[in-house]
Design a protein around this ligand. Structure first.
Ligand SMILES: *[C@@H]1O[C@H](CO)[C@@H](O)[C@H](O)[C@H]1NC(C)=O
Ligand SMILES: *[C@@H]1O[C@H](CO)[C@@H](O)[C@H](O)[C@H]1NC(C)=O
Ligand SMILES: *[C@@H]1O[C@H](CO)[C@@H](O)[C@H](O)[C@H]1NC(C)=O
Ligand SMILES: *[C@@H]1O[C@H](CO)[C@@H](O)[C@H](O)[C@H]1NC(C)=O
Ligand SMILES: *[C@@H]1O[C@H](CO)[C@@H](O)[C@H](O)[C@H]1NC(C)=O
Ligand SMILES: *[C@@H]1O[C@H](CO)[C@@H](O)[C@H](O)[C@H]1NC(C)=O
Length: 762
């Protein structure tokens, strides 16, 4: 037994044959995609990483390198034959296949499973010899299924050169002459970082899991030989329970090895439906990361000539530690988001507006008069976008009725919504409205008219959640109805901003009215329907801003983030809780998209958190206010206006900069958290420091800043309780800011103290 195992290892090691002579490259490899002149091997080169994929002599497509940037087209990266073997560890199981599909002697986590017309459920995908390089950032490699001529899988690679990220997906096409091909699993990619074991290091998996009002809490798990870890949402949407993201970082077990200790592999799925990511580690410490649409109840039928394309799984490599990963993924999201927005919004001085939302102040009890009163107060405070939340439409006085009836409630708004929108516009603010388009209450006119638009099975009770049913956005008539209703309101009222909410998970997912479709396709069609309405709205109204929301941060995957302008990070607005949520979300959310509201304190009868602390927490991303302005003291209104004014002075750093953490929020010991957002040119930074409790009477140690230029002098301004006057102001060299740091005596020995430190190059 033991002997057989060793034989298997040595033959799997033969996958990489080390040849003595290196290919004599003329100069260093530039960024972009390069094909080796003699081999079916492609080098995907970004600013600081290289990803190499190559076909063996017998056609298996393997990952040959993923890590630091290579300088030449190494001959050593020569994929060779995979030897078949009769041991219990077939090499193909351990091969770093780019797209491992169910079939043959493959026994690890797999990405694709099909059923062929003749009942065969096995695939052996081999490189067909057809590739396509477009520009210097797109590569397609075609695989075909041995005996089934015409069944092809085209792997897509797209490089984000600046951020060291590769976007992967594939298209599977049924080119058979006759017979349907069924998919029962179609994950987007498999990734293979090098082994971390056998050195004096191990790997730690960082994932973001939580719950409603408790999103994106950082979880750290040490990888163990022979153990798999899965994070997932089978709920039909990304969910609060887990975020479709992973990061793998090195942790030294002996002395720190300077070479690899800062290596991080990280990735996220661009998919707003059910998803799964698995990190499967062999006994030898090799991990395979697979991810994509959740396979539970997934199904798709391809008739001859049809194809299916998976969502993108984007992943990257950095040797700058978690801060490097935290910089790259948000920048990547912002870059792809900019591809979808109008040219004038791309200007660097276009910032996301300071928002007011009346939900926490009024819940459903909104009326024209109350909204006018709030709008006047909001405008005077410096608010730029005034949004009306749930309760403005249909018979919507609570969450049991009216959802789906997107007609303005005449009792609350006797002359419709336009007079309020006009008033808001005249005050110089933009006007926003809340929608939850995908659901309806059974107690609604829309449901009474179209009960067949819901997901349901005949003869089975319709499972309500929050008194509502989900509509099947896979149905073209539902998409069309919703698009027409929303776009009509946008035009009639003059809506500048939509808060698009979604407040229940999927159930009874099937395709009514379209009995010829595979009912399992509804999981995917519903997500595509959601995307199609957003895309059409953005196309027809390029200035319309949209916020993604699902009872807080339940739908913030990088797919929807590329289509919208803002995200509602969590329903939990308690600032100390928010620091934990924002810490996790900062791994992927660009700061300008991460919205936080300042709301009324106390959150329960036990604590009173100062207004300054509440503002400083919301300062970390897009700023919003949700307090009941009617009940606020004059002095608080004045202070709030001051903080909003200060935010506007520093938001060019906050919204466009890179958010990093000098001290991560922690539940143990001293309760401190410190972030630093640095402008991309490093000439400015905003440090936000919070001490929510100092249980011992210790002074706060100096905070050593990062990323500044040691040769420059910086002007430092500290704001604590008074937004109009710095509590401290001085000049200091970059070298000293980096090595000794700043001292914040105002944060000693007290609960809920915080400071804004604005650092500017002189
Ligand atoms: C790649 O490896 C194979 C098998 O060892 C060898 O035959 C071939 O010459 C190598 N190709 C190059 C370009 O080095
Ligand atoms: C494919 O799926 C459809 C719909 O579920 C089913 O009717 C058909 O029998 C399946 N075909 C194969 C080859 O499995
Ligand atoms: C190569 O890719 C480009 C862009 O994706 C496409 O327009 C072109 O048709 C492709 N060519 C081939 C031969 O597949
Ligand atoms: C599949 O291909 C192999 C090798 O090309 C061949 O030996 C075999 O007969 C084929 N099987 C079928 C069912 O076509
Ligand atoms: C919810 O609103 C409906 C319609 O206004 C009303 O009939 C019902 O009593 C309300 N339910 C609760 C629990 O307030
Ligand atoms: C708001 O409406 C809810 C029911 O929807 C009611 O219970 C509550 O008393 C109302 N609050 C105010 C301030 O009117």
């Amino acid at each position: 037994m033991r002997l057989l195992l060793i034989t298997a290892i040595s033959s799997s090691l033969l996958l990489l044959v080390l040849l003595p002579c290196a290919y004599a490259a003329a100069g260093l490899l530039s960024t972009g995609i390069h094909k080796h002149p003699d081999l079916d091997t492609w080098f995907l080169v970004t600013e600081r990483s290289t990803y190499v994929v190559g076909a063996t002599d017998d056609g298996y497509l393997l990952n040959l390198h993923w890590g630091d940037r290579l300088n030449e087209l190494d001959n050593d990266l020569n994929a060779t034959r995979i030897f078949t073997t009769t041991t219990f560890n077939p090499p193909i199981t351990y091969a770093q296949e780019e797209l491992p599909a169910f079939g043959g002697l493959r026994y690890r986590e797999l990405a694709l499973k099909v059923e062929l017309p003749n009942g065969v459920r096995e695939l052996n995908l081999l490189y067909s010899g057809r590739s396509n390089m477009t520009g210097d950032s797109l590569l397609d490699l075609e695989l075909e299924a041995g005996n089934y001529t015409g069944l092809t899988v085209t792997l897509h690679y797209e490089l984000d050169v600046d951020n060291d990220i590769i976007r992967r997906s594939y298209t599977i096409r049924n080119g058979l002459k006759k017979g349907n091909v069924n998919l029962s699993k179609a994950l987007s990619a498999a990734w293979h970082p090098p082994s971390a074991m056998g050195l004096d290091e191990e790997r730690e998996l960082l994932t973001l899991s939580g719950d409603w009002a408790h999103e994106a809490i950082t979880q750290r798990t040490r990888l163990r030989p022979g153990v798999s870890h899965t994070v997932q949402s089978p709920r039909g949407f990304p969910s609060h329970q887990s975020y479709p993201y992973f990061a793998l970082r090195q942790v030294p077990t002996g002395e720190t090895s300077p070479g690899t200790s800062n290596e991080v592999y990280f990735g996220a799925l661009a998919w707003s439906g059910s998803w799964e990511i698995t990190v499967d580690t062999t006994i030898y410490g090799y991990s395979r990361i697979t991810g994509g649409i959740h396979h539970q109840d997934f199904g798709w039928t391809l008739e001859p000539g049809e194809s299916f394309t998976t969502p993108v799984f984007a992943a990257g490599y950095t040797n700058e530690g978690l801060p490097g990963a935290r910089k790259r993924m948000p920048r990547h999201v912002r870059k792809y988001q900019l591809k979808n927005v109008k040219t004038q919004q791309k200007k660097e001085d276009m910032y996301n507006p300071v928002l007011y939302n009346s939900w926490e102040a009024l819940t459903f009890n909104i009326t024209y008069d109350k909204q006018i009163a709030l709008a006047d107060k909001a405008a005077a405070m410096g608010i730029e976008l005034f949004a009306v939340d749930d309760g403005w439409f249909g018979a919507r006085d609570n969450d049991s009725a009216g959802l789906g009836d997107w007609f303005v409630n005449k009792r609350k708004f006797p002359h419709g919504m336009k007079p309020l929108a006009d008033h808001v516009h005249n005050l110089g603010m933009k006007f926003g409205l809340w929608f939850e388009p995908e659901s309806f209450n059974p107690n609604s006119d829309l449901y009474r008219k179209h009960p067949d638009w819901a997901f349901y099975y005949d003869g089975i009770p319709r499972y309500e959640a929050r008194n509502q049913l989900l509509m099947n956005l896979g149905l073209p008539e539902v998409r069309e109805y919703l698009y027409n209703r929303i776009s009509t309101l946008v035009k009639e009222i003059g809506i500048d901003f939509i808060k698009w909410d979604m407040n229940r998970p999927f159930a009874e997912v099937t395709m009514h009215n379209y009995k010829d479709r595979n009912p399992r396709e509804a999981w995917v069609l519903a997500v595509e329907g959601f995307y199609s309405i957003i895309d059409k709205l953005k196309q027809e109204f390029p200035d319309l801003m949209i916020e993604t929301c699902a009872s807080g941060g339940g739908r913030m995957d990088i797919g929807i983030l590329q289509k919208v302008d803002q995200a509602w990070t969590s329903d939990n607005t308690r600032p100390d809780a928010r620091l934990f949520i924002q810490y996790g979300a900062s791994m992927f959310l660009p700061p300008r998209i991460m919205y936080g509201w300042v709301t009324d304190s106390p959150y329960d009868s036990q604590i009173e958190i100062p207004l300054s602390f509440r503002f400083h927490v919301s300062f970390m991303g897009g700023l919003g206010v949700g307090s009941n302005l009617n009940n606020m003291e004059e002095s608080d209104i004045k202070e709030a206006a001051g903080w909003i004014e200060l935010y506007k002075q520093i938001r060019h750093v906050i919204q466009n900069g890179d958010l990093d953490w000098l001290v991560q929020p922690s539940c143990v010991g001293d309760l401190v958290a410190v972030s630093q957002t640095t402008s991309q040119d490093r000439s400015e930074a905003v440090v936000l420091a919070y001490r929510f409790n100092s249980v011992f009477s210790d002074q706060l140690n100096p905070l050593r800043l990062r990323y500044l230029d040691p040769k420059h002098t910086y002007r430092v301004r500290v704001y604590q309780d008074d937004p109009s006057t710095p509590s401290d102001e001085y000049e200091m060299s970059g070298a000293l800011l980096l090595s000794r740091g700043i001292v914040l005596p105002g944060l000693n020995n007290i609960m809920f103290r915080s400071a804004v430190v604005w650092v500017q190059q002189k």
